[in-house]
Design a protein around this ligand. Sequence first.
Ligand code: FES
Length: 487
Amino acid sequence: GEGVSIFALPQEVVLRVFRYLGPEDLCRCGQVCSTWAQVVKTGSLWRHLYPVRWARSDYYCGPPGDLDQEPDEDLVKSLQDEGRAYQEWDEDADVDESEEASEGCPAISAVQREKTLLNGMIQNLLPTVGPSVRSLSLAYSSAVSSKMVRQILSFCPNLTHLDLTQTDVSDSAFDSWAEFGACRSLEHLDLSGCDKITDRTLKILSFGLGDLTAHANSSRSKLLKAPPSPIKLQEEHSLPPMGRSCQELIFKRRPGGRGSGCGPVHVWVLDPAELADIEDTADWSRRGGVVSQESGRGSVLELQGGGGSCCCRRSQRRSFRTGFSSSHWQYSSVGDARCGHSTCCTSDMALWTVREQCDTPATGGAVDFRTKCSFEGDSCPKRHKRTDQSGACRALGFLSLSGCCQITDLGLRCLSQRGGLPQLEHLNLSGCLLITGAGLHELVSVCPALNMEHFYYCDNINGPHADTASGCQNLQCGFRACCRSGE
Ligand code: FES
């Protein structure tokens, strides 16, 4: 009979065929015709992304579990050499920016390919397939920037596996997680060697993972009695109109009250339209809280320390024995920031509150909430849902902060809050020189699934499960922070 053109195949059949192709072939097919270009942008074809490998002609695209757990040492060394060569070339780029200048150097060309590939993905692919992406590995990438990661994460809200090992990213890379549910599916996060990461990232991470306590808090608050009489919340005329969202009451710990040492001010941001919140408010006031009302906008509410009697404030600066530049490990201006020590900042003062922006018809501007968006479900422009009703499970099972030397107990506390990390099995805090045993105890107490064989922290910390936990992994590493490097 007459030959049938391949272009006559139904799209479902074309898609089935495309499932056998790797990323390189898919990109070629996408250039054949508009129909194929459309099929190529089917989300299920792009579940697992490895742009660093793809830029080096390794087109593996299966799930990350199929990769070796231990990275190939030769590959790591080669990627690091490429990164160094690219950085040197990039620093001289203003002298000679021509593409040709890099042509003779395969190492620089590989990083340039990687950069082009990342930009192409961000501009052309992820806006369409982002919600389908489950795994992303950018480990040892020299081309990726915090801005790129921020863009990628904003397109990929359903990631379960994220590997940013030994990249140059900073806290700003995770800004998109500051929205509710933005990383709620995350199960595996590797930030090994990301030494620009601070507690801010852990705060955002903990927020993005959801709140297991929201339902309990909500139920508890419904049981609270109305405030006893001399407590006045606000005069009626000064209360925000009921039913009008986007207002807030902020309750601050009374200066000089219990535990007013160096801890953060205890702040409660409320939605006055929610009766349960008002009852919570009354309970807080009865226990000594001070009522005030503020308004404002922003993404994350920073809480500042109250008093000045903490050990860290007295010592002002504290250095650590290390083979690296000592100034790198010192507290900087602790007088201006919280010390981060669990022993100084008692847990009842550590309520972190995050603000979220949501344009509403009522105000036409940004609004702030404690645990939820007032516009729930379908009526919310951003489809926010209360964390206690949307199945938050804080499913993180793997977390590596190895070499993230700016992390303090405050960061660990952020992870401990909102229900802890009930499914965490692997926790690597090697080279986290500023954390203490108290901070570790607090976190471990809310990680019931932690496997001691996969629990790593500095050998010099008197921490939990000292007999069974694994020690620091960075002793022999050479390129990640460790207080005993050089010994
Ligand atoms: Fe202390 Fe490695 S960080 S032993």
